[in-house]
Design a protein around this ligand. Sequence first.
Ligand SMILES: *Cc1c(COP(=O)(O)O)cnc(C)c1O
Length: 456
Amino acid sequence: MNMKMEKILLDEEEIPKSWYNIQADLPTPLDPPLNPQTLEPVKPEELEAIFPRELIRQEMSRERWIRIPEEVRDVYRLWRPTPLYRARRLEEKLNTPARIYYKWEGVSPPGSHKPNTAVAQAFFNMKEGVERLTTETGAGQWGSALALGCMLFGLKCTIYMVRVSYEQKPSRRTLAQIWGAEMVPSPSNRTKFGRSMLEKDPNHPGSLGIAISEAIEDAVTHENTKYSLGSVLNHVLLHQTVIGLELKKQFESIEEYPDVMFGCVGGGSNFAGAAFPFVGDKLRGNPEAESLKVVSCEPTACPTLTKGIYTYDHGDTAKMTPLLKMHTLGHDFVPPPIHAGGLRYHGDAPLLCKLTNDGYMSAVAFKQNEVFEAARIFAQTEGFVVAPETAHCVKAAIDEALKCKEKNEEKVIFFANSGHGHFDMAAYEAFIEGKLQDYEYPEEKIKESLAKLSLI
Ligand SMILES: *Cc1c(COP(=O)(O)O)cnc(C)c1O
């Protein structure tokens, strides 16, 4: 392939008509989520207080293809299919024989992959008569995406935003408000759990764990209200496979197939979305995929896949969610305050963890400064300023391309470009001014947290 193409586009009709469910191709089934009280597998009915039936069905389904409703495809048309780029200027700068490609999810209205699932979740809730969705958000990426999804399908949206972020990072809060969401700083006096936190400390800074608990309590105590989650769960990863299914067609159109795929992993949704259709090739024994490497990229400050243990743990600090089998640093592990806020979750998606544990995927971890340096090199060659989360897999792709230079190897390198960093200028500013701190693997804190896990 030596054509000078930079950007590989698809027609609107090529937006996938079905999502790909990798559960159909797993050699052994996923370990089920467990009820935290009984330790029995969770029954679908038990989830109906917080999720609509169709999403529960998708969560547990083993059908390979799940049809995308036309109404959802219609919304996808706003920004999908997303472009695949050949990073020629980056290749030239690195002087590598490798070919580097990235698929750009920054073109959606909130600027990331997150609305791929937000609009689908809002739609299925609306179909079942739900009138309001609740959720939590840290810096606001997920909150703003769900606000958009709810607006497009006529639902109300209540977002519990971690109080420090609410006060210190108002841009995404405002974005969600423009799209009509109600933003509540958490802990709040709207819930019993929030009030109990405020009694202890009226200036409580909040945490994602507390915000999750408030959003769930709000949903279960109000009529026609459900809860929505932006990563980790099977149905979220399923919706994100629109990325990888488009990517396959784009690679086919230029007769390429990746040798190595990188993506950043917070809860695992964007990378699973990009990679699972290719991992599926591997699982089904497609010879094209035999030597494909699929590598998750995470921060050394929150090294879930590289240092965590694979076991059952709670999804949240307040232990309200079912127990999930995943790589975990312990549900009360509080990672250092790195700028890639979306990569600070203590666990990861059970599907991605299982595939990692079974050897179909692997993982690497990077420090903050090297990651921002990679993002700067990328911005100075390709132009796009990526999110601090995404910067982790940019770093991995650059490292791989430099290895190819040493060995004079012509690999095809792909990375999932999950979103832009336009709301992260304070982080870039700190980097430019040399004020970013590198956090080593916080071994003691992780040990403490893991010791508290009641191993099952
Ligand atoms: C939220 C977010 C992530 C991390 O979430 P995943 O579920 O792991 O994809 C990565 N990149 C961007 C741009 C995000 O907004």
